[in-house]
Design a protein around this ligand. Structure first.
Ligand code: DQA
Length: 144
């Protein structure tokens, strides 16, 4: 079982970026927590990019590289028709995650263009959203 974690723009800055919203945990810390939780249960691949096109290509390629994808599309969540189309076209189930509760923030963050084509959404639990995303990915596969 292989789970692909994809991270969008500015998530490379976690730890120093708006800590009052996103906390002080770095993306490397989050990756380590996910890997520890997945130990013996799933193989994890963890990637980050600031490029919209790269996220689209990674979703396209996920069909041959992963069983489930977990994505924090960051700012592209609210803007990217291309990312939504890629998820809609993919046979691989995709789970949407966010550190912050996007529904409790500015109005423009309330709309996720990718939500309707994802299996479900986890948001608002800080770094733990990633661990919950892992558990959701595992439960999807065990439910098959
Ligand atoms: C985010 C929420 C997005 O609205 C924002 O653009 C991000 C991070 C989160 O994880 O809370 O970059 O996806």
């Amino acid at each position: 079982m292989k789970i692909l974690f994809l991270n969008g723009p500015n998530l490379n800055l976690l730890g120093q970026r708006q800590p009052e919203i996103y906390g002080t945990t770095t993306l490397a810390d989050i990756e380590a927590a996910v890997r520890a939780q997945a130990e013996g249960r799933a193989e994890i691949e963890f990637r980050q990019t600031n490029d919209e096109g790269k996220l689209v290509t990674w979703i396209q390629d996920a069909a041959s590289t992963a069983d489930v994808a977990v994505i924090n599309a960051a700012g592209y969540t609210h803007t990217s028709v291309a990312l939504r189309d890629a998820i809609a076209a993919s046979d691989v189930p995709v789970i949407e995650i966010h550190l912050s509760n996007i529904h409790a923030r500015e109005e423009f963050r309330h709309t996720s263009l990718i939500a309707p084509v994802c299996e479900g959404q986890i948001c608002g639990f800080g770094p733990n959203s990633y661990v919950l995303g892992l558990e959701a990915a595992l439960s999807l596969k065990s439910a098959e």
